[in-house]
Design a protein around this ligand. Structure first.
Ligand SMILES: Cc1cc2nc3c(=O)[nH]c(=O)nc-3n(C[C@H](O)[C@H](O)[C@H](O)COP(=O)(O)OP(=O)(O)OC[C@H]3O[C@@H](n4cnc5c(N)ncnc54)[C@H](O)[C@@H]3O)c2cc1C
Length: 478
């Protein structure tokens, strides 16, 4: 529905959207082909204008198409005239369309996933979606919101898997006691809850940003569809971060759900096995997590080079700061250490990315050829965004008198920042060692030490506090 809402003509919207909204019709989105997945624009499916100029003849093959088995409408991307990547609205009953067999998938077996073959399918010229040769705008913009939605679904799945884990850990008796009484299991329950709570914080944060941006654009006179489209474009980096973090947090949560269930976790008669298989696809579709990581950094660098954001200036300031003596005082306020650390983590990311960009500008580095560094950069961004979302949520709960589980919330924050501190140091060091050397590297590594100084805390006890609450509630209720 979204590609039609965003890019359709008024006639196309009137014709297709009511039936799709009511559920009378189902749609599928046909972008991927056997030889073009991540490299979607290299699609070979082509559409050629007929001599009378009334139709395009569509021929080619699409792969992994969700809903293919029962879709009434297909949004198909094809090269018009062999070179112009374009979106087409194709009715599934059109002569010349055939389907492959249902794919035998590892998970999400309730969804229909099939190949779709097009053999000279006549598509009326009025069914071109958007402009000829501008299909990439449709394909990529639809993915922005898709990524955000994927993060939401991951959050729901993770909550459910966390609750199932708590309930099972309370029920299962070994060595004459529930396994939830063991520290090793409490660690897992607490960690699952931290990841769900953090993901939820980021998902609600991005929903709010999208909503505010949409409303602001409507106030400025934009139509609803343009406002939705532009809001998703503005927050494309955040949508990608939610997709990456959501799918990887869910990964952890369901993996530990299997482990907590022991042998029963490996049985198809218990839910964790299905959850484990079903969640795996999330790191692959809506752009693989590798592609999303690269996208995030590329979008950020693009905004930096077009002047939309200033990265080199702050990065330079951070480098100057490194030459001063550190003034380590106890920061003020309930969230003082977290505020200070978050500011430091941002400086660290700026130091790493700023240095890499500077070396690229000096011709000493070609980041396109150094994906490992791009991945490190994206990890820094995702980690900072997730931690900041968690902190903002807890601050908001506190300032509005809704900090209802003080000990548990404090513990979640401490454990998160403790772990984050170590991850930031490792990721930044990995990146810096990959492109700097000698005295420059030594200075940068001092910076890593300076900017990852979150005070050590007894995380074992803190995880136990979180676990005790979950065990008492017998489900995820944070
Ligand atoms: C169940 C399911 C449902 C799907 N539904 C749909 C659908 O409805 N419509 C649709 O159009 N598609 C759909 N897809 C396709 C999905 O979007 C693609 O599988 C996905 O984009 C990855 O493409 P690929 O499988 O060709 O992998 P590839 O692109 O071949 O990637 C293989 C590996 O290489 C990595 N890689 C690729 N390029 C690079 C690069 N430049 N740098 C670094 N690493 C790289 C990837 O990250 C990945 O790890 C679905 C897939 C599945 C499995």
């Amino acid at each position: 529905m979204l590609p039609i809402l965003y890019f359709g003509t008024e006639d196309q919207k009137q014709h297709f959207l009511p039936k799709l909204c009511s559920g009378e019709w189902k749609a599928s989105y046909c972008l991927t082909e056997p030889s073009s997945g991540s490299d979607a624009l290299s699609a070979k499916t082509r559409a050629d204008l007929t001599e009378d100029g009334k139709h395009y003849l569509l021929s080619g093959q699409k792969m992994w198409i969700t809903n293919a088995g029962f879709a009434d409408l297909m949004i198909v991307f094809a090269q018009v005239g062999g070179t112009q990547f374009t979106g087409l609205l194709v009715e599934a009953k059109s002569p010349g369309i055939t389907l492959g067999a249902e794919e035998k998938k590892m998970g999400i077996k309730g969804s229909s996933t099939r190949q779709v073959f097009f053999d000279k399918v006549a598509v009326p010229v009025d069914n071109v979606l958007g402009e000829i040769g501008k299909g990439h705008l449709i394909a990529f913009n639809a993915l922005n919101i898709g990524r955000f939605k994927l993060g939401n679904m991951a959050m729901g799945g993770a909550k459910k898997a966390a609750s199932i884990s708590i309930q099972y850990a309370n029920e299962r008796i070994q060595f004459k006691q529930p396994i939830s009484s063991f520290g090793a299991i409490q660690f897992k329950l607490a960690q699952q809850a931290i990841e769900v709570f953090t993901l939820e914080s980021a998902v609600y944060r991005v929903s709010n940003l999208l909503l505010q941006q949409k409303e602001q654009l409507i106030e400025q006179g934009e139509s609803l569809e343009h406002a939705l489209l532009k809001a998703a474009e503005e927050y494309a980096i955040e949508c990608a971060a939610i997709k990456v973090a959501g799918s990887e947090y869910l990964d952890y949560v369901v993996d530990e759900a299997v482990q907590i269930h022991g042998g029963y976790g490996f049985s198809e008669e218990y839910t964790p096995a299905m959850a484990y298989r079903d969640q795996r696809i999330n790191r692959i579709y809506e752009g693989t997590n590798e592609i999303n990581r690269m996208l995030m950094i590329n979008m950020l660098l693009k905004r930096a080079t077009t002047g939309a954001i200033d990265m080199v200036g702050p990065a330079w300031e951070v480098q100057k700061e490194l030459t001063k003596m550190p003034g380590m005082q106890k920061p003020e306020g309930k969230f003082g250490y977290e505020d200070k650390s978050l500011a430091d983590y941002k400086k660290l990311a700026l130091m790493v990315l700023g240095a890499a960009v500077k070396m690229q500008m000096d011709g000493q580095l070609n980041l396109k050829e150094e994906q490992e560094i791009l991945m490190n950069g994206a990890d820094l961004l995702v980690d900072i965004y997730m931690a900041e979302s968690l902190l903002l949520r807890l601050k908001k709960l506190e300032s509005t008198g809704k900090y209802r589980l003080p000990e548990v919330y404090d513990a979640i924050l401490s454990v998160s920042f403790h772990d984050l501190n170590a991850r930031m140091a490792k990721t930044a060091t990995d990146a810096l060692c990959s492109f700097a050397s000698g005295d420059l590297l030594k200075t940068f590594l001092l910076g890593v030490k300076r900017f990852t100084a979150y005070p050590p805390t007894n995380i074992k006890e803190k995880r136990r506090i979180i676990a005790a609450h979950l065990i008492e509630e017998n489900e995820y209720t944070l």
